[in-house]
Design a protein around this ligand. Structure first.
Ligand code: G4P
Length: 285
């Protein structure tokens, strides 16, 4: 399956983000815990220009906990501060505040030596579309004390969400674009629903997901759909179509509808907590 991506319209977003980056002390980058590599845009590393960095493995409720632990260690070894969150339920949000403070400890210490006291640490959320940036900011705002209005000077026109007197978060996220030179990265993004449907064949995508699930999570599909164990994604999709009553006018099985059921069940976490890649690179799609 071939994917293409035209990042032309991202140029403006990139420029806006570069301006916002000047206002902040720490970059909080959201990635999808099911694909912490494929949902991360490596270009942010150059744009970050030495700023403190935090990675949040978001949607951790949907990912395989064992794999998520491996990813935490992987990014920690690369020098990031890392934590897992579920922005939808709010789980883990408070820990983010501690991580932000930890990331800026040196800076706060420098400020203190210069006699600057209680200057809040400023953070900004970045990530590719659909990774959960707005959901995170909403959850953060709910737990925060105040929303600060426009302030004079460099922050003119910007809204900050104040967690306490120490931490502030810019209320607009920086949007990164998915980047994939490798088709496997594009495929993983399509599995989680981060690529427009027009760009792929739904049946083909579902068949590839089934092949992955059969290899890495054997027996799971059969158990969930209560279908017979038999080799082959075509057979399984047909069995799902029959079970779910996917019938077209004229009585033929609607295989695209069955494919959609499978993808929706996977994306919503109904099939269970599933990760699509490990830091070892030993999960093929
Ligand atoms: P974005 O700003 O980065 O583009 O992402 P956004 O917050 O819009 O979130 C995209 C989707 O991901 C939303 O689902 C949101 O609810 C879901 N989401 C965000 N964080 C989490 C999480 O930690 N766990 C889970 N399970 N889902 C999360 P949606 O289907 O577009 O909306 P809705 O039906 O949930 O309201």
């Amino acid at each position: 399956m071939q994917f293409q991506w035209y990042p032309g319209h991202m140029t403006k977003a990139r420029r806006a983000m570069q301006e916002d980056l000047k206002l902040i002390d720490v970059i909080v980058e959201l990635v999808d815990a099911r694909i912490p590599f494929s949902s991360k845009n490596p270009d942010i590393d150059q744009m970050a220009n030495g700023k403190a960095r935090i990675i949040l493995l978001n949607k951790s409720d949907l990912a395989d906990p064992e794999c998520t632990k491996e990813w935490e260690s992987y990014y920690e070894e690369k020098g990031f501060l890392v934590t897992t969150v579920n922005s939808k339920s709010g789980a883990g949000i408070r820990i983010v505040q501690d991580k932000i403070r930890e990331a800026c400890r040196e800076k706060t210490e420098r400020d203190r030596k210069r006699g600057i006291l209680n200057r809040p640490v400023r953070a900004m959320i970045v990530g590719i579309p659909n990774v959960g940036k707005s959901t995170f900011i909403n959850s953060f705002a709910k737990k925060a004390c105040t929303k600060t209005g426009n302030k004079p000077g460099v922050t003119k026109g910007k809204q900050w969400i104040r967690f306490n007197k120490n931490v502030e978060l810019l209320d607009t996220p920086g949007i990164l674009w998915p980047k994939f030179e490798e088709q496997s990265v594009g495929l993983r993004l399509a599995f989680i629903g981060s690529i427009k449907e027009e760009l792929y064949q739904i049946y083909e995508l579902a068949a590839l997901l089934l092949e992955f699930l059969n290899r890495e999570y054997a027996g799971l599909t059969e158990e969930f759909y209560q279908i017979e164990t038999k080799e082959g994604s075509a057979f399984q999709l047909e069995a799902i179509a029959k079970k779910r009553g996917c019938i077209k006018a004229g009585g033929k099985l609607d295989m695209d509808q069955a494919a959609k059921y499978l993808l929706d069940d996977f994306r919503a976490g109904r099939l269970g907590r599933i990760s699509l890649e490990t830091p070892m690179g030993d999960m093929d799609v």
